[in-house]
Design a protein around this ligand. Sequence first.
Ligand code: ADQ
Length: 460
Amino acid sequence: MSARSRLIVVANRLPVHRVKRASGSGWETSPGGLVSALAPMLREREGAWVGWPGYAGEAPRPFEHERMSLIPVGLSRSDLDGFYLGFSNATLWPLYHDAVRYPEYHRRWWAPYVDVNNRFAKITARHVADGDLVWVQDYQLQLVPLMLRQRKPGVRIGFFLHIPFPPVELFAQLPWRQQLLEGLLGADVVGFQTKVGAQNFVRAARRFAGARGHEGLLEHRGRRIQVRHFPISIDYAAIDSAARRPEVAQAAAEIRKHTAGGRKLLLGVDRLDYTKGIDLRLRAFETLLERYENSNDVACFVQIAVPSREHSPEYADMRTRIEQLVGHINGTYSERGLTPVHYLYRNIPFDELLAYYLAADAMVVTPLRDGMNLVAKEYVATRFDNAGALVLSEFAGAAQELKQAIQVNPHDVDGIAAALDQALTMPQDEIERRMRSMRSRVRRHDVYAWASSFVEAMAS
Ligand code: ADQ
């Protein structure tokens, strides 16, 4: 079946976004590893991608873009309020990230979640035939596998969760826990970022949905479901070769000269999200400045934050808190033209991001909980010079693979400060030894390996 089956990807977003040009509006492929890994597979397998086009209102008709068939699903403003901002981002997102913020449970959000999942399943069903492989992505669409199976029992269905699956004690809070589990168990393969995620799911499925079996294989309502971890990755070769271009080295040298001004450079790069631990990381840097005399002469911190979910009051508050903290640190420690924290709140072009990765003496990735964290892997792929230390939260999925990083508990401000100090003083040969080994891991397990291992599991 495998080489012949068509592949249909179902995701909250289409792999394109609408752009306005002088000649009218058009579509551009969205950047990112997921799209670059799946696009060639879709072309090769004559597949299609089902998803929301990114704006409220009626969906355009299915269309072709760069030899991919795209099938838009329309969402209204009120669908987006209940399904996306509500149930997906204010119930599931915090609950699945260890409830670092209190998850809100509202019946008025659950109904649109069911409704939108149904719409995705219905539209997908129209475009698939027996023997096709349908790969559903992420927490917004957990009911789709069962809803699709009920309409199309002859297709093979996979589901991959990009965020963590929480421990059963937390998952148990969800008033609709059984429905979500039944939804996921409608798939043939359910994939997670980590082994612990897969184990958490198995426990929940046994306790609340009457499934039997263990990690690897579950049985439910007379069907067998593969449950495994498939750690996502990045396009290592593309990033490695992009980072070697002279323009990137040139831009990195300028960042070192103008921003760092001879000091060591610590770097954070995240979507501005409360799961990413940006505030505690800045407090750890402040602790370093407090504790060591002249440390403002030694190191500076560049924090790049990508705007995210800006309409949510929770995110707006957090942005204010981070900006106050940056102002407080700079007000206290700036001297003779040396600013300790450089804070950029914007999306930056990928080449510029690579230049920052290449300029950093240490990359600081300290989420309170993270499915994987691709920034850590992108940093590793960029460092063809084998220089640069990585400070990494033990609660990021990436910590399972990047064992040679300096691992920290992201809640422990003193512990992070000590790790920053360790990163800044580590002997060059040790930095190199660690970086070589992390690079070899990410090179062997890139996003193409991830995608093909999942598709193979679905087809088998
Ligand atoms: P995210 O939470 O978005 O993803 P992450 O994996 O770190 O987190 O990916 C962020 C992406 O945004 C990276 O590719 C990075 O290059 C890009 N980016 C960051 N800052 C940027 C900036 N200023 N300008 C431009 N681009 C920037 C979710 C889960 C993760 C999981 C991924 C993939 O939360 O845990 O790793 O999906 O499964």
